[in-house]
Write a protein that binds this ligand. Structure first.
Ligand code: ZN
Length: 253
């Protein structure tokens, strides 16, 4: 019965969707890496993005005007990682705060002497545990360029990671997946990246991935969806774990 009600509500939201084919086309034209998706996947993704926009609150900051194009570009990229997982993976929070370009958060950090410093640095995105996702509009719109950088996927990967507590680079794994195998694959790749950077060896993975295991998972998720071959060639065991977790195989290997 509850399932029936849930489906009925979804159907109603979808039938009242304000987004036209032209709106979707315009948004998708910015997302080059979506071209590998089948028509069926694309259809499911648009449905999920419509439900995402119904349930989440997109809020502007810094005087930004949130256009339909921006909404759809964010929702489509946010939903790609959970296409085969379900929208409930983003339960527990509602707000997506969007700034025009890089924003300057004011954070306080306490050092080892107990002194609290105010830290100000321009950022393009943030994810708060049980709180909002904060995005730069400019970088969200440019996310579809295939360069291995994708702000929206990065921040939403943190959200998935936080589904089992603090972001530590390991989201809740599905039945049949192995936590030791995940740790082994990710720890080895993380150590390798740090080693390569420390020794000045060239590597195409963004060095930011080496700053924390949570960042490694978020950055490798960006590359997994945009340039899957790069992950597969550099860290094949990580590719396998990500394919199992996201239940997607962007390379079709
Ligand atoms: Zn991050």
């Amino acid at each position: 019965m509850l399932d029936f009600l849930h489906k009925w509500r979804e159907k109603r939201i979808l039938s009242r969707s304000p987004y036209t084919d032209a709106d979707w086309q315009q948004a998708l034209s910015r997302l080059a890496f979506f071209e590998r998706l089948s028509q069926e996947d694309l259809h499911r993704l648009k449905r999920m993005a419509t439900l995402f926009l119904h349930h989440k609150s997109l809020e502007s900051a810094g005087g930004l005007n949130i256009t339909t194009e921006l909404k759809l570009v964010i929702a489509l990229q946010a939903c790609l990682p959970i296409l085969n997982l379900g929208l409930d993976w983003y339960d527990g929070w509602v707000s997506v705060i969007i700034y025009p370009a890089g924003f300057t958060p004011i954070h306080t950090e306490m050092d080892e002497y107990g002194v609290v410093h105010e830290v100000r640095k321009p950022l393009s995105g943030e994810s708060w545990e049980r709180g909002p996702v904060v995005l730069s509009a400019e970088e969200s719109l440019d996310g579809g360029i295939i360069d291995g950088h994708n702000l929206v996927i990065h921040e939403f990967a943190h959200k998935l990671d936080m589904q089992n507590g603090v972001a530590n680079g390991m989201p809740p794994l599905h039945r049949g997946m192995s936590a030791p195998q995940w740790s082994k694959a990710f720890s080895a790749a993380y150590a390798d990246l740090q080693h390569r950077i420390a020794h000045g060896k060239s590597i195409v993975i963004d060095h930011y991935a080496a700053t924390a295991p949570a960042e490694f998972f978020a950055v490798l998720s960006e590359v997994f969806f945009e340039q899957p071959r790069l992950v597969h060639q550099t860290y094949p065991a990580v590719y396998q774990q990500l394919a199992q977790f996201y239940r997607q195989n962007p390379l079709n290997v």
